[in-house]
Design a protein around this ligand. Structure first.
Ligand code: SAH
Length: 422
């Protein structure tokens, strides 16, 4: 059997030994040809990255045999950068590499102005040999001030990877002048090629958290980014295009539920008279307030459990003209689907009750396990129960820097509907 994170060739076996469904019979071996097990007949399906612990044992990286993984990875990074140059507008913060969406399964890279944030999600991507060409290409393309690795502890446990902290993996030498185009003046220095135990952790003084802050702009709205704090890779870039669309339709008094650092709220402040944001962790709201100051906006932030607040507000007859619902993923696995749908129904029902006639509901779901039809069906059921009629103004997926690949449903996880409620 192949080792953790190995590059393997995937073959389909056909012939006498095969059972009824040939499409499911795929075997993997270490890529060297002499180790391929001979079946009656085999057909190559391509090359994959193997995980010894994940439910997803194989992630296809090419339909062909891969001669040089390093060269392939370099080409993929360059293609991902070029794709964004073509399609991303009005921002200096966007997703540069979106895992399967950019044919680099297990790797996420986000750019926040002059800081790059990288996240590894598989055994294969956790390998220094794999990351080295990625980092070099990224340095060459962007000449960033720093690069951090954001650790998803849950995913690392699932992949049976060693524990580690979010931390700096590369920093431009403070004494050096701006880098040359080739990136030669940059120091691919601390940590990224060293064993994990030697990597600097976020608690080491050298990391000076303040220097890991930057400011980015999207749709003309300014945000502070703290590379070593916050959720996910730091901001919800997949909502960038929805922020602008929501601001186009929203008006009057607005409520942004699950506001995090104010992504929707700050955009809504452009078109609405009064905006209130709700979230539970205080640090998110403190960051939201900083962002509001940065943009010279007055926004009310409420620290509360959104479910409790919506229940209290809807029971007491509180009304709004525009409401945004952008909850965290309710279904982390298929098993949680029914519970997740109940959660969406409850939230949307409450929001619908609180909207004045002609109001705007921006309702989102980032649960991959809840598909678009189920999600919209749930919102429709909430409309029925609350005796409201909904017209769909926009039905949207993640921003274009999170490419959705037909045939890979995991790449289409975000739903955002903008609805006119009568
Ligand atoms: N709309 C945000 C992203 C929201 S992510 C943006 O565009 O940036 C989901 C948010 O829900 C997180 O900020 C999380 O802190 C918050 N959250 C999770 N459970 C919550 C609860 N029960 N009550 C209030 N906020 C909650």
């Amino acid at each position: 059997m192949a080792g953790a994170g190995a590059l393997v060739s995937v073959v389909e076996e056909t012939g006498r030994e095969q059972r009824s469904n040939s499409a499911r019979v795929a075997r993997s071996q270490a890529a060297s040809p002499d180790r391929n097990v001979r079946a009656t007949r085999t057909r190559s399906l391509g090359t994959a990255l193997y995980s010894s612990s994940s439910e997803i044992a194989l992630r296809l990286i090419s339909r062909q045999r891969v001669e040089s993984l390093e060269q392939l990875v370099r080409e993929r990074v360059r293609a991902a950068v070029a794709y964004r140059e073509r399609l991303v507008q009005d921002t200096n913060a966007y997703r540069v590499i979106f895992s399967e969406g950019d044919f680099l399964p297990g790797l996420i890279v986000d750019k926040y102005n002059d800081i790059l944030s990288l996240q590894v999600l598989t055994q294969a991507m956790d390998d220094a040999e794999m990351l080295r060409p990625v980092v070099t290409e990224l340095l060459d393309a962007f000449r960033p001030r720093a690069m951090v690795e954001r650790v998803d502890a849950r995913v690392r446990r699932l992949e049976q990877l060693s524990e580690k902290q979010t931390g700096l993996i590369w920093e431009q030498d403070a004494e050096e002048q701006p880098a040359s185009h080739s990136g030669e003046a940059l120091h691919p220095a601390p940590g990224w090629a060293r064993p994990h135990s030697e990597r600097p952790s976020s608690s080491e003084p050298a990391l000076a958290p303040k220097s890991m802050r930057t400011e980015f702009v999207m749709n003309g709205v300014r945000f502070i980014y703290d590379a070593l704090a916050g959720q996910k890779t730091g901001a919800f870039l997949d909502q960038r295009e929805h922020y602008a669309a929501a601001a186009q339709h929203a008006r009057g008094e607005a409520l942004d539920v699950f506001c995090y650092q104010g992504g929707f709220a700050l955009h809504l402040a452009r078109s609405c008279d009064k905006v209130t944001g709700v979230d539970s962790p205080r640090p998110a709201l403190e960051a939201a307030e900083h962002n509001a100051d940065l943009n010279g906006r007055e926004i009310e932030w409420i620290e509360a459990n959104a479910f409790d607040l919506l229940r209290d507000y809807s029971d007491s007859g509180q009304k709004y003209d525009s409401i945004v619902l952008d909850p965290p993923a309710f279904a982390k696995s298929k098993r949680e689907l029914a519970t997740a749908l109940r959660g969406y129904k409850e939230l949307n029902l409450r929001a619908l009750k609180m909207l004045r006639p002609g109001g705007i509901l921006v309702t989102c779901s980032c649960s991959y396990h809840v598909n678009a039809a189920d999600f919209m069906g749930t919102v429709a059921a909430a409309a029925l129960d609350s005796h409201r009629i909904i017209r769909v103004l926009e039905n949207r997926g993640a921003a274009k820097d999170h490419p959705s690949v037909l045939g890979i449903p995991e790449t289409s996880y975000l739903k955002c509907a903008i609805l006119l409620v009568s």
